[in-house]
Ligand binder design. Sequence first.
Ligand SMILES: Cc1cc2nc3c(=O)[nH]c(=O)nc-3n(C[C@H](O)[C@H](O)[C@H](O)COP(=O)(O)OP(=O)(O)OC[C@H]3O[C@@H](n4cnc5c(N)ncnc54)[C@H](O)[C@@H]3O)c2cc1C
Length: 321
Amino acid sequence: MAAHAIQPLSNLTTSAIGLVLLTAGHLRGWPIPKGGSGQIAQALATYFQSLGGKIETNFYVESLQQLPSSHAVLFDITPRQLLKIAGHTFSPLYRWQLERYRYGMGIFKIDWALDAPIPFTDENCRNAGTLHLGNTLQEITDTEKLSSQGGYPEKPFVLLAQQSQYDPSRAPEGKHTAWAYCHVPNGSTRDRTEAIENQVERFAPGFKDRILARHVMNTAQVQEHNPNYIGGDINGGILDITQLFTRPALRFSPYRTSTKGLYICSSSTPPGGGRTWHVRLSCGPQGLTGRIPDSGKSDANSLSVSIGRGSVPENRCLSLL
Ligand SMILES: Cc1cc2nc3c(=O)[nH]c(=O)nc-3n(C[C@H](O)[C@H](O)[C@H](O)COP(=O)(O)OP(=O)(O)OC[C@H]3O[C@@H](n4cnc5c(N)ncnc54)[C@H](O)[C@@H]3O)c2cc1C
């Protein structure tokens, strides 16, 4: 589970990340949203709109001039984009800190359409929603170390989800879907399809015969799909000991930038990557309706929010990018 941290297992923070994920699993399992994780964003958006919030999408923000005048702008992006958009307004120290922010390993991802469930030999694996395929601890330790050093293990640690086992809306009746990824060096364009599929076949003989179609993404395509995934890093920056609590920079409040009214609230801030715990904590303990420091009041009726590729909200109180 600690290998979910996307860094060598010898790094100090990996056991903490493993513990959080295990605890979440023991408490509530790892739930699968019906219809896909986009439904969670949709539910949040619907609630936000019910409070009077306004959302605009499909707009890629490249400069502050594109945003309306606001008491506060919350950026759900990583330091690299933030520097491009607002770097000229930051103090030299804060800019220097953001420029030194480090990104971690990327992912190579495959989505499959299958004509039957994955035939894992082990019954527990057949029934699991999410699987970590790595065989022994030593094998996982070695492969994650090699990937973090720029190498490509023959038998990579593979994270696999088979949601259609529990959510029939994911595939036509009798058919199935699954996705998997392995960790690769940041920015890698190497095709890892064969290595990932061999690893699944190793624990589920006959798997390859069930593949109807596949869609693959290397790290460049992962970043094209979501500009927050710099070099394929889905954690918004490596979560090692020097960047776990001090992301994106060592400051009293990591969410406040050096420019009044500009905030960063993405996975590049504590507690780091992962949508599971991210939304509420990174917006502050009071969540979206809470008071934003030095921004004046921020009641829900005056919020504007952008999800996905940006927004140009008309009302003036708070913009969320
Ligand atoms: C395949 C996969 C599986 C995962 N599984 C899990 C899991 O099981 N559990 C878990 O907790 N986490 C998981 N994660 C990680 C999790 O999704 C991310 O860590 C989390 O979504 C990051 O949140 P964020 O708010 O920083 O950014 P995001 O959720 O990526 O949101 C940022 C948004 O801003 C948009 N954007 C970026 N730049 C701009 C710009 N300049 N203008 C306008 N819009 C912009 C992006 O397009 C994106 O829509 C997974 C990720 C992937 C890819």
